[in-house]
Design a protein around this ligand. Structure first.
Ligand code: HEM
Length: 518
């Protein structure tokens, strides 16, 4: 009997469940699904956030501060860094952790076991998946070793003469351009970017790249920067930013491939290296007769395609950061005649009073004050604010916080470079703080301008040398003026950082031994 009752109850229960399911419409199911997703999103955020700074809930469900990230503001970044040593945001499914102290940032840079550099999805398509920059661990370290020889002081000394000719050309160009504008201050943001691109191309490809090709790459390169912005659609759709970016990258790499072949021919014929590509071919050739560990890395023949892809990453890594440095450097030095006068005095002195002497590495080694001005500019306005890494496996960043696998971990550079304990009055521009033995020059742990650890900037020595040559020549041969506006000192974020008014300047020809020439 009992079983009969159970059977009756079972049947009616099943029927009533079926009735209820039938009565649930599709939209109710949809709403329930959305609610579950929203709850999951919030719980997942709260769990990952743990004890670190950040909103208690995702204020905008799912998307998080996505809209703000489309138009990044320096002030918002700064507020985030000031909110805690570790802070977080979550954008769509990406959980992002930001570190703002020197020691945690250094720990992240060096934690190869736990992290690797993170690039936007589309970068793999634009820079190509087989590119060396995507290597990790030992494969990356070995490849880096084969490139390090291209940026030693000895190697850089070989590139200097051709770089000076590019500087001379742009010096004339800027003067002409200013003359055409009746020496009224005009926007120089684009001109600076073009000059830095031309200098890099000459350093990397020597004279194998034609003037016309330099102009074309310099003109179009901003399309690559735009395609690789932090927030961009990951699929390449024709006529979108990423499509134009990829087209420019492919066009540039094709040019580099031809240059690589010409460099190989030049070195095989016994020519001396005058650019990075030459130096690379020479290293390969010399390595054939050696059997030490470093030479063995160069025993294989690097194909033209591979060289072109590696050189493209160098252009990619250098272009925005170097243009940023150029804009701030010219602005600040123009605004500080006392600094400009000291640079000029030094430039004339290292040339033994002959301003027409061609620049050499020995001369650059003596440019102590110019070097301090460049260093201070890099500290005061570090071009790269943050470097995104991705967590490969659970990473105990501090004793109280473990970064979850798959999250993005971003060491920031700006706070270390504005640390008042190492740099007194950090928001003032004081080149003299870098004199030998000073707190700043001894505070090497704070010097994160070029990152640190296995991915530390490949071009860091190159930057200091090229900018000493650049600033020196412009200081001697031009009188440059900057129009100060309320936006000049404000920071615009475009991959790196630039003055918000896009740098209003004018250049006049100057007698390097004295007075202004009209
Ligand atoms: C003012 C100019 C520059 C600044 C501020 C700068 C800064 C940086 C920073 C912060 C990193 C990341 C380091 C890390 O993750 O630890 C980096 C990486 C890199 N930089 Fe630069 N950079 C500059 C110019 C250049 C130039 C001119 C080159 C040309 C060779 C270059 C080539 C690279 C490369 C190839 C990497 C990736 C290295 C790797 O993954 O092993 N950079 N740079």
């Amino acid at each position: 009997m009992n079983s009969a009752i159970y059977n009756v109850t079972d049947t009616s229960l099943t029927n009533s469940v079926l009735d209820s399911i039938e009565s649930i419409s599709y939209w109710k199911l949809f709403v329930t699904f959305i609610c579950l997703v929203l709850v999951y999103d919030q719980i997942s955020y709260i769990q990952k956030k743990g004890s670190i700074s950040g909103p208690r809930f995702k204020i905008y469900p799912i998307i998080g501060p996505f809209l703000e990230s489309l138009d990044p503001k320096f002030e918002e970044y700064k507020a985030k860094w000031d909110s805690g040593a570790l802070s977080c945001v979550s954008i769509f499914h990406k959980f992002v952790i930001i570190s703002s102290t020197r020691d945690i940032s250094r720990k992240i840079f060096q934690a190869t076991k736990y992290v690797k550099p993170c690039v936007v999805d589309v970068a793999v398509k634009i820079l190509r998946p087989e590119n060396w920059v995507f290597l990790d661990g030992k494969a990356h370290t070995d490849y880096r070793k084969s490139l390090n020889g291209l940026f030693t002081r000895t190697a850089l000394a070989q590139y200097l003469p051709s770089l000076e000719t590019v500087i001379d050309k742009y010096l004339e160009k800027y003067i002409e351009y200013s003359e055409q504008h009746n020496y009224e201050p005009t926007i120089f943001f684009h001109e600076m970017r073009e000059m830095l691109c031309a200098i890099s191309l000459r350093a990397f490809c020597g004279t194998y790249i034609t003037e016309e090709q330099v102009r074309k790459v310099a003109d179009d390169y901003y399309l690559v920067t735009a395609a690789l912005e932090l927030v961009n659609f990951p699929i390449i759709i024709p006529y979108t930013k990423t499509w134009y970016g990829k087209r420019t990258a492919d066009m540039t790499m094709k040019i580099f491939e031809n240059c690589a072949q010409r460099a190989k021919d030049h070195i095989a014929a016994g020519g001396e290296p005058i650019c990075v590509m030459d130096a690379w071919c020479k290293l390969m050739m010399d390595a054939k007769n050696k059997d030490d560990e470093d030479s063995r890395l160069l025993h294989r023949e690097f194909s033209n395609k591979e060289i072109s892809e590696a050189i493209f990453t160098m252009l990619f890594a250098s272009q925005d950061a170097s243009s940023s440095l150029a804009c701030w450097l010219f602005q600040i030095v123009a605004d500080r005649p006392d600094i400009l006068a000291k640079v000029r005095e030094e430039q004339l002195r290292v040339r033994n009073g002959d301003p027409y002497k061609r620049v050499s590495m020995d001369m650059i080694n003596e440019m102590k004050y110019t070097d301090m001005v460049i260093k201070e500019c890099l500290r005061y306005r570090p071009p790269v604010l943050m470097v995104p890494y991705v967590v490969k496996e659970k990473f105990p960043v501090t004793p109280n916080y473990t970064a979850p696998k798959g999250s993005m971990l971003i060491p920031t550079l700006y706070p270390s470079l504005h640390d008042p304990e190492v740099y007194e009055n950090p928001d003032e521009f004081i080149p003299e703080r870098w004199v030998e033995g000073s707190k700043a020059s001894e505070g090497k742990k704070n010097w994160l301008v070029f990152g640190c650890g296995p991915h530390v900037c490949l071009g860091r020595t190159y930057v200091m040398i090229v900018f000493a040559a650049l600033l020196g020549k412009f200081a001697l041969f031009t009188d440059f003026e900057h129009k100060v506006t309320p936006l000049s000192e404000k920071i615009k974020v475009f991959a790196t950082i630039f003055p918000k008014d896009d740098l209003l300047m004018t250049f006049k020809r100057r007698d390097p031994l004295g007075k202004v020439i009209k």
